[in-house]
Design a protein around this ligand. Structure first.
Ligand code: SAH
Length: 219
């Protein structure tokens, strides 16, 4: 288990102040989760001083831990309530997963890359959270555990996989970045009734590519 020193706690408090004062994040439950989850545990020890900068960072296997601001925005768009059954697609480092768990989600999370999956599963457990962590193609969702209250995609998709909309409960929300391989629009779909979907756009972001059947085809 890594150490969570006063220095780390201090840097974490500064990151929370930054999200609040400069980035307009005002949801106290989200800010509390950010001040609790030790982000440096999700980076290699050599890079732990980068953990509390508001930046994305490489975690190996060509993937990144999302920027704190992006994690905060995606979490806020979900409108998470404690006890919500949530599917996260793209576990990556496991950091976003731990933010959702800290906020009381019943979490299912799926990662495509086996090495990242194993690392994330271990750290989520070490931090004392309980989640259902899977390795596989999340672009198809997780039909055997559907429906979900909330679905969060943390990689950029070329289009919206219909399977994900199908796996939402009525009243449920899907947050997914959709666009080309450089820029994506942060979209939120709300299943208003079984046949009515509301779509909202929250502007440009940049994510690594969603792979798999309904993601970008690998060359
Ligand atoms: N939520 C992560 C962000 C990781 S970046 C964090 O907090 O660190 C996006 C992740 O999505 C990468 O780890 C990538 O391997 C994964 N990914 C890409 N396509 C996927 C797919 N079809 N199914 C599951 N995971 C996928």
């Amino acid at each position: 288990m890594r150490e969570d020193s006063y220095k780390h706690k201090g840097l974490r408090a500064q990151l929370v102040q930054h999200l609040r004062n400069n980035r307009g994040i005002d949801d106290e439950a989200i800010l509390k989760a950010f001040s609790t989850v030790p982000r440096h545990f999700f980076l290699d020890t050599a890079f732990s001083e980068h953990a509390y900068a508001d930046k994305a960072f490489a975690i190996g296997e060509g993937q990144t831990i999302s920027q704190p601001y992006t994690v905060a925005v995606q979490t806020s768009l979900l409108g998470l309530q404690p006890g919500d059954k949530v599917l996260e697609i793209g576990t990556g480092s496991g950091y976003q997963a731990c933010i959702l768990l800290e906020m009381g989600a019943r979490l299912f999370t799926i990662e495509y890359n086996r090495k990242l999956f194993e690392r994330a599963r271990k750290i989520i457990e070490e931090l004392g959270y309980s989640a259902n962590v899977y390795c596989g193609d999340g672009s198809r969702g997780l039909p055997s555990y559907a429906p979900f209250d909330k679905i969060l995609v943390t990689a950029g998709a070329p289009s919206v996989p219909t399977a994900l909309v199908d796996q939402l409960k009525v009243g449920g929300k899907l947050v997914i970045p959709v666009g080309n391989n450089r820029t994506q629009q942060m979209l939120r779909f709300t299943k208003v009734t079984e046949n009515k979907i509301k779509k909202e756009n929250f502007g440009d972001f940049s994510f690594v590519k969603l792979k798999g059947e309904f993601g970008w085809k690998e060359k």
